[in-house]
Design a protein around this ligand. Sequence first.
Ligand code: ZN
Ligand code: ZN
Length: 355
Amino acid sequence: MDRLQRLRASMREHGLDGYLVTGPENWRYLSGFTGSSGALVIGEKAEVLVTDFRYLTQVREEAPGFTVRRQEESLWATVAATLQDLGLKCVGFEAEHLSVDDFYKLKELLPGEILTPAPGLVAKLRMIKDTGEIERIRQAVAVADAAWQEVLPTIRPGDAEQDVAWRLEEALHRLGASGTSFPTIVASGSRSALPHGEAGDRQLMAGDLVVVDFGCVLHGYCSDMTRTVVVGEPTRRQQEIYHLVLQAQLAAIAGLRPQLTGREGDALARRVIEEAGYGEYFGHGLGHSLGLAIHENPRLSPRENTVLAPGMVLTVEPGVYLPDWGGIRIEDVVVITESGCEVLTASAKDLTVIF
Ligand code: ZN
Ligand code: ZN
């Protein structure tokens, strides 16, 4: 079933005769339109894309199946006119992608109460990737792998974190990426205990753990990977915790399969870390889905009840973070298959020592 048909089935389940799509990744998913300003109005038989004059040529190429309506005095005035022209009575909107201010602007332009919050309908469709999407993610992952292979041998004591980040980003662009999928994390020494330590001016020095977490966007789809390296001869404790995190990650990869809930998937790795006594130092979920956006649902987390299914693409990224000592995280991207999962990330995971 194509994407619009699946959305319409979901609209019917929610008692909606119209749906207003205002999340950029969601309108891209449904229509192909990559512009940054616009909205989709989906009715039972109509699909209208509203955008402004800057995008009129582009949108006809990217979204040939859609009726294009040019934005007049404001986006909301044209959206309101479209909803009325189509005679829609109960229009769901993406409450997670419409500001309160914009909601009131739109509401004032419409007679009666036809708008109803209906968040997450497209996000739910996006949870399971089709083969074309998996192929694009695979390519984005391969670009990140290639950049890492290129940059890892160049990392030296004395490099600033942001120099390492820049070399990675330069390689990603050169290898075809259109951008990074999030600000590159290079967190060294005690900063490695910050799970989201963006690269700063600290210089790498002997004894440091260095967490490098990065990804790129290729053909609209994201990649995400983390490797942790050590500068100088690793201590016994660094080796022990590195192997613990790796064992936890490998246990999750061995166990992930359809029918597990996100919580059960998370537990595959969490159990290993808890049994070693470090449970309280693994303070985030095991992973997240990714696709057109870097963080999508479902998650692998103690709070996730969604059941895993073939075609879901998730990160597997256990970590242990000890304040003042440092942190270790290892992250790959996997796709759930009929019987288990396939790891897309190819970079080696043995502890790399930088001299
Ligand atoms: Zn990451
Ligand atoms: Zn991640």
